[in-house]
Design a protein around this ligand. Structure first.
Ligand code: ADP
Ligand code: ASP
Ligand code: MG
Length: 486
């Protein structure tokens, strides 16, 4: 890539919802950007203020049910929230009224879409995406305006200009070549002039310009898409924890920060529910060697976690745990299934067609059952699609049942080269057994660095705490701590 501006390194820095969640957090974010811009070129990606996307999706759903009043209340509340922050952070009257005008236009558009949805009583996927994108389209200009007020040249950009995606609304995928062309054409000139681009996370647009979203929590993905497109030197994801921890700190009190992990380990943790990273975050980087840092906006003195291609070896031990609580277990089975052709193939063609991620698979030949876990959000549409696919077989009782259990959770144990370490499954089973946690299914080997257990949802926390203790993740299994103790 032609990058004559690149006397300095390029960093893409993403700030999550809590990092732009209120005026005080935005000040911290802006200070981090200012300090970083002294050292390197910076492109920034921002999320919506925390909670805003949830409220917008609520407004979208209420529009479909015709509740005009509550939609108006939500939009009014959000408008006030953003205007209050703008008033607090932008002293210049001219700049403040410019941004207030821009916000009014954005709210007007979303209000219009909600009203249309109320009339039709139908929420199209396109309208849902546009409504839910408002949070980022408000926060990016806000951060850019605060930077400008502090004398830093910056420009807010709508990612619909940059991230080109397919048209799968709600979980779109980037078209990398087109995205690279757009990023080069639009961002490189800004970077050459020393202007810091502030890009909306979460969203993109089809080649025809129709707005799409990358999925909930997708701003992390936006950052790595841009980082890969610009061949950045590093990507920093600023959030509200010190890095990637050995387990979700909300569930396991003794969890500690991991100094370095590999792309594969991080991807596995993210895929199995570690909210700190969107599951697809590392995908755009798999062919590259770009390090990703996870750092705490509220404790920037902490080093954070570095995610690298190789990670840091720990002798094939367990590195971290994760869990997905919203999982559904689907079973396709019955004695007659033996006579049905290609049940496995048809089952997974069907899950693929409805874009349901299959998180774990287990087949019981004695009971003629295939059971697999998918995220709860897609469970109903998966079961409906399976019932359609197997309609004739069900009618003839070849497949006796397709059932759905919504009370499941998956606990995953992650660590590079773990498959070569004997006894990990046994230790995990032992620890879970002592807590009376029943393991419904287990999957090992689909990935070399992950073993996952399906348990009842009510047992998830106990399973995590027990496994964290068993594998000594809070203390002993930590080379840095061990070294400092000896
Ligand atoms: P942001 O808004 O910055 O994108 P998120 O809320 O999406 O932040 O992700 C950060 C949260 O992820 C943390 O507050 C933490 O509760 C949760 N989390 C879950 N698992 C982990 C883990 N293994 N390490 C760190 N944080 C985790
Ligand atoms: N604002 C979006 C969400 O809440 C994207 C993100 O925060 O990463 O899902
Ligand atoms: Mg997030």
């Amino acid at each position: 890539m032609d990058r004559p501006y690149k006397r300095r390194q390029l960093r893409v820095m993403k700030f999550g919802g809590t990092s732009v969640g209120n005026a005080a957090s935005i000040v911290k974010t802006v200070e981090i950007i200012q300090a970083a811009a002294r050292e390197s070129n910076i492109a920034v990606v921002v999320s919506a203020m925390s909670g805003v996307t949830d409220r917008l999706l609520e407004a979208a759903a209420l529009s479909e049910s015709g509740d005009r009043e509550r939609v108006a209340l939500i939009l009014e509340e959000l408008r006030k929230q953003h205007e209050d922050v703008a008033s607090e952070l932008i002293p210049s009257t001219a700049e403040r009224s410019r941004i207030a005008q821009k916000m009014r236009e954005d709210f007007h558009e979303v209000d219009h879409l909600c009203q249309g949805t109320v009339l039709l009583r139908k929420l199209t996927l396109e309208a849902r995406d546009t409504i839910s994108s408002l949070g980022e389209r408000l926060s990016a200009p806000l951060v850019a305006a605060v930077l400008a007020d502090r004398g830093m040249a910056s420009e807010a950009l709508d990612a619909t200009e940059l991230v080109v995606t397919d048209s799968y609304h709600g979980a779109s995928e980037p078209l990398i070549d087109l995205t690279r062309e757009r990023c080069e054409a639009r961002l490189l000139p800004l970077l050459r002039k020393g202007i810091v681009p502030i890009v909306t996370g979460f969203i993109g647009a089809t080649p025809e310009g129709v707005l799409t979203t990358l999925g909930r929590g997708g701003s992390d993905y936006s950052a790595t898409i841009l980082g890969a497109a610009l061949e950045a030197d590093e990507i920093v994801i600023w959030t509200d924890v010190d890095g990637v921890l050995t387990a979700d700190p909300r569930l396991v009190p003794g969890a500690r920060t991991i100094p370095e992990i590999s792309y594969r380990e991080a991807a596995e943790l993210a895929y199995f529910g570690a909210k700190v990273l969107h599951p697809k975050t590392l995908r755009p980087l798999m062919e590259s060697d770009i390090p990703v840092w996870i750092r705490n906006t509220f404790a920037p003195e902490q080093p954070g976690t570095k995610i690298t291609t190789a990670g840091s070896a720990n002798g094939g031990r367990v590195k971290a745990l994760t869990a997905i609580s919203d999982v559904a277990l689907i079973t396709v089975g019955g004695p007659g299934i033996v006579g049905v052709r290609d049940v496995l193939g048809r089952t997974f063609m069907t899950t693929g067609a409805v874009r349901a991620d299959v998180l774990l698979v287990s087949q019981s030949s004695s009971q003629n059952d295939i059971c697999f876990a998918v995220p709860s959000a897609v469970a109903k549409r998966t079961v409906d699609a399976l019932r359609r696919e197997f309609a004739r077989d069900l009618a003839h009782h070849h497949v006796e049942h397709i059932t759905l259990d919504q009370n499941a959770a998956i606990v995953a144990v992650v660590g590079e080269k773990m498959h070569g370490t004997p006894g990990i499954v046994g230790r995990a089973f032992g620890a879970l057994g002592r807590e009376n946690v029943n393991v419904v299914a287990i999957a090992q080997g689909s990935s070399e660095c992950n073993i996952s257990f399906l348990v009842a949802k009510k047992d998830m926390k106990a399973a995590l705490v027990a496994a964290h203790r068993e594998f000594e993740l809070g203390t002993l299994n930590c080379p840095e701590l061990a070294a400092s103790k000896s």
